[in-house]
Ligand binder design. Sequence first.
Ligand SMILES: NC(=O)c1ccc[n+]([C@@H]2O[C@H](COP(=O)([O-])OP(=O)(O)OC[C@H]3O[C@@H](n4cnc5c(N)ncnc54)[C@H](O)[C@@H]3O)[C@@H](O)[C@H]2O)c1
Length: 318
Amino acid sequence: MRVLVTGAAGFIGSTTAELLLSNGDEVVAFDSLVTGRFENVPPGATFVEGDCGDVELVRSLGHFDACVHFAARIEPSESMKNPEDFFSNNVASSFRLLDALIKSGVERFIFSSSCAVYGDQIEMPIDETRTTQPQSPYGQSKLMVEDGLRWLVSAGRLRAASMRYFNAAGGTLAHPERHIPEGHLIPIALDAADGHREYLEIFGNDYPTPDGTCIRDYIHVKDLAEAHVLAITALENHRELVLNLGSGVGYSNRQVVETVKKVTQRDFEIRYSGRRSGDPAVAVASNERARVMLDWQPEQSDIEVIVADAWAARQALG
Ligand SMILES: NC(=O)c1ccc[n+]([C@@H]2O[C@H](COP(=O)([O-])OP(=O)(O)OC[C@H]3O[C@@H](n4cnc5c(N)ncnc54)[C@H](O)[C@@H]3O)[C@@H](O)[C@H]2O)c1
């Protein structure tokens, strides 16, 4: 199979591209390098540098059996400050990419959506039937692409899967988690553990949760990559899929940080500051639908495994 992977110089895209290659697929790794790193692109993939909204460039790459579209700006808090960047990069570029791919006859499209489409939900776990109510331009940008995909599927243009990830984490030796800027708890806590940060800041300790800090669902990037490969196959039998990808278990920020201290055997200071706007108190997935539709199990997503793998990947960097 010939697969276009956008955002393949990023964290999840590079890990998924590597898995596709190891399964014998031909991978074109496409990335603007706006936040990604060329060294993340797995050897064996053909790298193309460019913006996924560049219709002529995408069309020049020819026919793909499938596209896995990871390329996006990803920080909800940044999207509150610069919403126009997120609508331009995440929405407009995605539809230009789709236009180019449809004209080249793509059959299957896997889209990186997010639990941010759900906003603040009261009842846990969250399943895919919940009313969507994004609370940031980032979450809205993901929902806008999902909505557009639904119309494209019903018009018979392609088959599509929207994958709503909860918190991607972990890492592999070849692909550690590093974002620019880094907004994710585990890599930030590892920075504090290895002395690259003076202290760790936790936003809010007055949430209605047992220890007052937010609760999140962490999913290992290896489990995510596996789900994408399975989704490409599942689209042979389904025209449209909308799937949560999470472990189904929630950990508070405080519990995650304690796990980082335990795994790394390093202590560091925690400082609490005010809540960030747009951060729900709790977000935990029901992953039942993905388990059934993909025959998928999140086997690597125990929090200690996630943190240990993230730490090993960090140390391998030197
Ligand atoms: N990391 C998470 O916890 C998480 C959670 C939910 C959803 N997601 C989604 O998963 C996807 C991948 O996330 P990630 O953590 O690997 O992020 P990342 O920042 O590591 O990777 C994103 C990649 O996309 C590239 N990119 C951005 N805009 C582009 C454009 N217009 N054209 C071409 N390349 C472009 C960047 O250079 C980068 O390499 C994103 O769509 C993100 O919204 C991530």
